[in-house]
Design a protein around this ligand. Structure first.
Ligand code: MSP
Length: 651
């Protein structure tokens, strides 16, 4: 029977304004889930949204809408973000899902009947944004110790969970199972700061919050949001229902991955609840670090989350999902905090993906296509072959060990060490010289076979991290289904195709200037403070001066539109097929308001042909058609004044 693997992310507050820090937990879990699937394990990967509580109730009331109407679009956005980032979960649980609500009620009922929940009066300091109660001694200078914001003193009748009763068992747990919580530093924090100081019973119901799950034995009380939220890890599998087959199959969780600020809830409260229910504890909890900006947690409430720099949608649109995933998985030392800067992001993508991986793939493909047309036979080993092959052979075990330790950066470092070795192997074996000597054709074939195998094995092991790019690369080497990451399984004659660069090189300096300009423009769009002089209407946008060499980087060509249609699901976009010289290109442009598809066909247009291809509404765009914009935002195509052939250069 296949081994099971149950992995969870925290469920997200439906707050909107998502930033790249939010993506961290879920992207790591997705890579782990994919890796375990690749190993043939039966995986259940859970994520979702944490929808109840005072914060949502207040936000909805402010807008005069129901909590549900407030949340639904935010949940849709979050799901969209996971889709964009290629996150493949098995269930997206919403705490408003009826099965979750029933399960939470079942848990409360059971704990009430066993005497672990009792009624008393609560007095405490409540932090609404954190949905957390604090005692006076826990406050930092009278403010919330987690986020530093104002707290309010609240007194109400409440049900309590006997958390204090479980402190000795929790202490024993940390002694007996040192890897229950990782990294180790978090165990010390839990044991020294909380458990050793003794635990107070926990208030687990509210009468003041209406947007919550009513307690079955006293419906004027609603469930405390953290108990509601934590229960998602078992409700998602049908715990306490007639059909609990998923629960029996997958629970206990193999891993609850959480950010470090919510370790306390997962490493103390959740195990205590499970102990009280008589259910098994999760195997592991991991408390990862934060993405920081300027040394502070990247957070929309701290306003250091700038959409132009940190919005996952903008980043994926500009650089692709794999680049964002790669950065998160490789750059942040696992378990620690990591500073996020656009420059570091761009440099990392260029160095590893465009240069190391991209060059290896394109050089290998080009030489195979040029010299053999398909995969040549595996030849006798000589020179540096043994070293490369040995590195490839042991790679799976090394990646597996790193992923077993939940260390994605190390796993990626192992794979990129082989990619580096393979690039060095090209320099050592000089296949371009072998190609000139017909006597050395067999050796050339052997070298290229070895390179193709190195690429294949690295890409197979990179699948969980870079799902889209590896799929493309592996297909171009004739691998239409996953293959064993073992050296020598590829067959001679397997078709090989030359791909355009999978990760086109980014001009970092230029890109940083562009991003900076985007930020400035966004700042301009923010309403001006009262006293400032209003900006003149339609003032021409002034861009920074550029050198002639910068302009020369643009490739502009005359093209002829040979076909055009509307892009489905879009009001603004047209999809043109443009003939440039002898080649056809797919281009998407936002001109549907100004031209009909019929009007476009036959038009001579100017196209920027070296723009990084992107997908717009799912349609590939390999260039940009230039338009002039009048002061009112209307667009008019730019065309050569005299008759020139398509393919002519514009300069
Ligand atoms: N709803 C609770 C979790 C309940 S789980 C039973 C919650 N939600 S959250 O939306 O605030 O956070 C979701 C995840 O995003 C958490 O793991 C959190 O640590 C993570 N991150 C939010 N900002 C982050 C960074 N700047 N860096 C890394 N991860 C961060 O907490």
């Amino acid at each position: 029977m296949a081994k099971k693997y149950y992995i969870t992310t925290p469920i997200y507050y439906p707050s909107g304004n998502w930033h790249i820090g939010h993506c961290y937990t879920t992207v790591i879990c997705d890579a782990l889930a994919r890796f375990h699937k690749m190993k043939g394990e039966e995986v259940f990967f859970l994520t979702g949204t944490d929808e109840h509580g005072q914060k949502v109730e207040k936000e909805a009331a402010k807008r005069g809408i129901t909590p549900r109407a407030f949340i639904d679009p935010l949940v849709a956005e979050l799901k969209d973000m996971w889709r964009l980032l290629d996150v493949e979960y098995d269930r997206f649980l919403r705490t408003t899902d009826p099965d979750h609500v029933a399960c939470v009620q079942h848990i409360y009922q059971k704990l009430y009947e066993s005497g672990d929940i009792y009624k008393a009066e609560y007095e405490g300091y409540y932090c609404t944004p954190c949905e957390a109660f604090w005692t006076e001694t826990q406050l930092k200078e009278g403010k919330c110790p987690d986020c530093g914001r104002e707290v309010t003193l609240q007194k109400e009748e409440s049900y309590f969970f006997r958390l204090s009763k479980y402190a000795p068992r929790l202490l024993r747990l940390y002694e007996e199972k040192p890897d229950f919580l990782r990294p180790r530093s978090r165990v010390n924090e839990m044991v020294n700061n909380f458990l050793k100081a003794g635990l107070s019973d926990l208030s687990v119901s509210r009468t003041t919050v209406k947007w919550g799950i009513p307690l079955p034995f006293d419906p004027k009380h609603t469930a405390y949001v953290w108990i509601d939220a934590l229960s998602n890890y078992v409700s998602a599998l049908g715990y306490g229902t007639k059909d609990d087959s998923l629960y029996r199959k997958f629970y206990p969780a193999d891993l609850h991955m959480v950010g470090k600020e919510i370790v306390r809830f997962h490493a103390i409260i959740w195990p205590a609840i499970l102990m009280a229910l008589g259910e098994p504890l999760p195997e592991h909890i991991y408390g990862h670090g934060w993405l920081l900006i300027g040394g502070e947690k990247l957070s929309k409430s701290k306003e250091n989350a700038r959409p132009e720099l940190t919005d996952p949608y903008a980043l994926v649109k500009r650089y692709g999902a794999d680049a964002v995933r790669y950065y998160l998985l490789r750059e942040i030392p696992f378990g620690s905090d990591g500073e996020y800067t656009t420059e570091r992001f761009l440099l990392r993508i260029n160095a590893d993906l465009s240069n190391d991986l991209g060059n290896l793939v394109s050089r290998t493909q080009a030489m195979i296509v040029q010299n053999f047309g398909a995969l040549p036979p595996r030849g006798a080993e000589e020179g540096p072959d043994g070293d490369l092959i040995a590195m490839c052979e042991g790679l799976y075990a090394r990646v597996d060990a790193a992923m077993g330790a939940l260390n994605a950066p190390d796993a990626l470092a192992e794979i990129f060490a082989v990619i580096d070795r393979a690039n060095k192997y090209i320099d050592e074996t000089t296949p371009w010289l072998l190609a000139k000597d017909p006597q050395k054709r067999a050796r050339l074939g052997a070298v290229l076979y070895n390179l193709a195998e190195a690429v294949r094995i690295c890409c197979e092991l990179l699948r969980p991290f870079l799902p889209a790019a590896t799929e493309k690369i592996l297909k171009s080497f004739g691998c239409t289904a996953p293959t064993e990451p073992v050296f020598g399984v590829s067959k001679e004659g397997t078709p090989v195709e030359k791909l355009p660069p999978v990760f086109p090189r980014i001009d970092v300096k230029k890109e940083l200037l562009e991003v900076e300009a985007l930020c400035k423009n966004a700042q301009k769009a923010v309403p001006a403070p009262e006293k400032s002089t209003p900006a003149p209407q339609n003032a021409p946008e002034k861009k920074p001066e550029i050198a002639f060499e910068d302009f020369q980087k643009l490739e502009l060509k005359v093209g002829e539109v040979v076909a055009c249609e509307k892009v489905k699901k879009s009001e603004k976009l047209l999809h043109e097929t443009v003939k440039i010289g002898d080649a056809l290109r797919s281009v998407v442009s936002g001109i549907a308001k100004y031209y009909t598809p019929e009007e476009m066909v036959g038009k001579k247009v100017v196209v920027v042909t070296n723009l990084k291809p992107v997908k717009l509404c799912g349609v590939l765009s390999e260039g940009m058609i230039l338009c002039a914009e009048d002061g009112e935002g209307n667009l008019s195509l730019v065309s050569p004044e005299r008759l020139v052939a398509s393919g002519a250069t514009v300069r």
